[in-house]
Design a protein around this ligand. Structure first.
Ligand code: GLY
Ligand code: MN
Ligand code: MN
Length: 455
């Protein structure tokens, strides 16, 4: 049965929480257990990170932890154990504390978490180490982040070692497995609920990009335009950008992840903006490149149309069964052809591709998975090292670009200083694909029309 989401008064987890029904997270924990042998899995919330002295960055939980719990507080640990058919989920949380809460706000605490989450038990996080021997008793597999030095993982390894050394278990831990690999395979295909959140984030992202096209003008600082995105995101309920917004005027667009955003936007130049919001922990990742003062110059339009043609063709190829590596190869070939047509490269296409000459002007991948993380760390290859073909429910970006530096004498003069990337987020469907960002204008005439609606 699908249980209603429980609300707790005076608990100010606005927006971010209650994103999905609690049953969703229980189903995910059960799905994780179904992939486990008899054993214990440990997944921790991320630790708070200090920004300066005693001031922290805004908190964001570990994505795998959030995926399995829907819990946005720090200092929490999820333990899932599997013993034959029996699955047990135990959550450790920071207990309530009036003094601390005076400063940093109310927490769910042990009782609140027990009421809200569909886990079997909740304990104070301080009890984690002492509960581990019982939770791990006679379970020979430990599933954890193999590479993390964080306390929840080191404590679990230490408990396993002590149980074995003191012979306090008949079945000591004999195998440690990367729990993240299992969870991330689950995260690869998105559910309808997840897609709905990304669509909501996309509406906000679309508003922000169109707003930027309307207000942009020569003389503005890049950071001022970036601030408009942040304002648009936050006022619409997306608490954060999904990554640092890139506002790259002119030649700065040839720095792929230009985040300084501290130059003035100049007349006659293009501006490349790579910006997406994070809505209830789900990312969007969109790039648009448009003229600072609203009209493409001839050379700019020529390069723009070349990139757009490639992007449109690649999106058109997306369908179940397709390999992302084939999309990459097609994009590289098409862009290489465009480079020869524009007089940037010379010679037979096969030779240029073989010598990777095109990499000088298109040095990155055609796209990446996207989801809870903007670069969703979900697998591209299966356990055997074979590439995982596209299937319905996967979401990937398609982001070809041409980057023609101002100081590159090999580039015809008229194209120097032009950097263009066009990026959309594409859902793979049963019959092909659905461009989730189709509403964000990208045809040059459409862009000029929006830019003309100056405010
Ligand atoms: N926004 C980073 C990227 O497009 O991959
Ligand atoms: Mn991207
Ligand atoms: Mn991007």
């Amino acid at each position: 049965m699908v249980s209603p989401v429980k609300k707790l008064c005076n608990y100010s987890e606005t927006g971010y929480n209650y994103a999905m029904n609690e049953a969703t997270y229980k189903d995910r924990r059960d799905a994780l257990a179904a992939k486990m042998d008899d054993g214990v899995a440990v997944i921790a919330a991320a630790a708070q990170k200090i920004r300066s002295n005693d001031t922290e960055y805004p908190y964001r939980p570990d994505s795998d932890f959030y995926y399995l719990t829907g819990f946005g507080e720090d200092n929490a640990i999820l333990v899932v154990s599997k013993r034959g058919p029996q699955v047990r989920s135990v959550l450790f949380v920071q207990p309530r504390d009036e003094t601390l809460e005076l400063w940093t706000g109310r927490r769910l605490g042990v009782d609140g978490a027990a009421e809200r989450f569909e886990v079997d038990e909740v304990f104070a996080v301080g009890e984690y180490a002492e509960k581990l021997p019982e939770l791990m008793q006679n379970l020979p597999q430990l599933y954890l982040d193999l590479f993390s030095e964080e306390y929840p993982y080191t404590a679990a390894k230490k408990a396993a070692e002590e149980l074995r050394r003191k012979r306090e278990t008949k079945r000591p831990v004999t195998q440690m497995t990367d729990v993240r690999r299992i969870i991330r395979r689950m995260r690869l295909v998105k559910s309808a609920e997840e897609i709905a959140l990304i669509r909501k984030g996309m509406e906000i992202t679309a508003q922000a990009h169109h707003h930027a096209m309307r207000i942009c003008r020569a003389g503005m600082m890049e950071y001022a335009l970036a601030a408009e995105y942040e304002y648009c995101f936050k006022k619409n309920g997306a608490y954060s950008d999904a990554y640092t917004t890139i506002v790259a005027g002119g030649d700065h667009a040839n720095t792929l992840h230009y985040v300084k955003n501290d130059d003035v936007l100049k007349p006659g130049e293009l501006v490349l903006i790579d910006a997406g919001c994070e809505y209830r922990y789900y990312a969007t990742d969109i790039t648009r490149t448009f003229p600072v003062d609203g009209r493409f110059g001839d050379a700019q339009r020529t390069v723009y149309e070349a990139v757009l043609e490639v992007q449109t063709a690649i999106i058109g190829k997306i369908a179940p069964g397709v390999l992302k590596s084939d999309l990459q190869k097609t994009a590289e070939r098409m862009l290489c052809e465009k480079m020869t047509q524009l007089g940037i490269l010379e010679g037979p296409i096969e030779k240029l591709l073989e010598e990777k000459k095109h990499k000088a002007y298109f040095p990155h991948g055609i796209g990446h998975w996207m989801g809870i993380d903007v670069h969703d760390p979900v697998p591209y290859f299966d356990e055997n090292g074979d590439e995982i073909p596209l299937e319905p429910g996967m979401i990937l970006t398609v982001e070809p670009g041409l980057y023609l530096p101002a100081d590159d004498p090999a580039v015809p003069e008229r194209y120097r200083g032009i950097g263009i990337r066009i990026e959309d987020d594409i859902l793979v469907t049963e019959t092909g694909s659905d461009n989730l960002s189709a509403m964000i204008v990208k045809h040059p005439d459409g862009i000029e029309a929006i830019c003309a609606q100056k405010r």
